[in-house]
Design a protein around this ligand. Sequence first.
Ligand SMILES: [Zn+2]
Length: 490
Amino acid sequence: MSAYRVLIAEFKHESNTFIKEATSFKDYKKRHLIYGDEIIPFFSGTKTEIGGFIDAAQKEGISLIPSIAADATPGGRVDREVFDHVRDTIVRAIKENEPIDGILLTLHGAMVLEDSPDGEGELLESIRQLTGYDLPIMITLDLHANITEKMRFNVNGMFPYDHYPHVDMYERGVEAATNLFQMLRGELKPLIKIKKLPVLNPCMESGKPPHKLFLDMALRWEENPQVISVSIVSGFPYADIPEATMTVIAQTNNQAELALQISEEIGQAIIERRTDFVKSTVPLEQGIKDAMEAPEGPVIIADISDNTGAGMPGDGTHVLRKMMEMNVKDAALALITDNETVEKAIEAGIGAAIKVSLGGKVIPEDLGSPIEATGIVRTITDGKFINKGPMGNGIKNDIGPTAVIDFDGIEVIVSSSRIQPYDPEVFRRMGIEPLDKKIIVVKSIAHYRAAYTPLAKKIIEVDAPGPCPQNLKLLKLENIRRPVFPLDEI
Ligand SMILES: [Zn+2]
């Protein structure tokens, strides 16, 4: 039995720099901010990266030293105080548990701090300064990571998700851990090559062209025994930093030429097909009309402009207002985050008619003003549910006290805190069976597709106004490295 001791930690955030309010301790506590012995029981059996670390370590008899796990819903830049706290907790755990043989971190890759554009780079650099360059460090990342040279320089392996929706969190966790263990045994000498591409990607799915073509190329290269992994990283353009572009990562077993060849080949192919990375959507009124006229339901309407997954407040009202105007029936919407309205619903109780001023409180100038209407309170719950779909299966969610308010045939889930409703359990927890509805609205760009595609008769992505546009020319990017497509011709 090996006596290897590997420290693990999670520190994630996808920062949308167009949101003014910083992401604070409060936001981390809402998702999770847990320490030491709390971590293994929390993630055991979940289809997450740490779930993967745990299973891989157990299989190989390696002991894990859990230090901290911190994750918050995407939002504004991360508060310096939070960053310093998490970094210091990891650094302290490394010192207190010496000797350790390696480190596994699960990060996002698009963390922007109040005073620094590269949160992960700064974190990894601090860890390296303490451990030196001989200690193996491997990380998992989101597909929407903004890869920097500082990140690459300070790790021995990077394993971003291959898929969007992110259905392979667990697999990437297992992969990072397995490769780290091989490195510890001297069986692997990883070499990383990154190629930054002058192309912005408006969060397009991985299972469809154009992304699928390049993912398939990457997977074919992975069949080569000298190749550790090849990743097509979309980047996150809503973080206005120089490196928010697409990246190809090629990792080989100490084969520099091969890594260069792979990253150049796929990188060039993406640049040639760059015009395919421009997304088209359906105008709002047309989309709702199409859904109403569809012969059978459920038809999924994706409100991609108020996607909390990209840091939006989740209280936008454009889609709901238009549905009310068009007199839509037999519909349900997930969800509008509005604490005040939830409190009002709880006070009134189930069955009561209440007059509300719903949503539109955070950035009404962009996402629509509050909806003044009377609805009937149908359901009230504690907002706790467990994901049952393919993405993040087993994750425990807590969106706080939550109510369903029925506006003449449109049942709206109103929550106390934000979530991207990519798992249909959010409806079922509230007593709504999505299959029974003609129209289901979700505030999500693409993650919803993993679980809703099998349920849906049709999916319509509507284009409502908002600060998170799919047309990236509308985004006021000031810091991105130029030239970059589609802002410039390249
Ligand atoms: Zn992502």
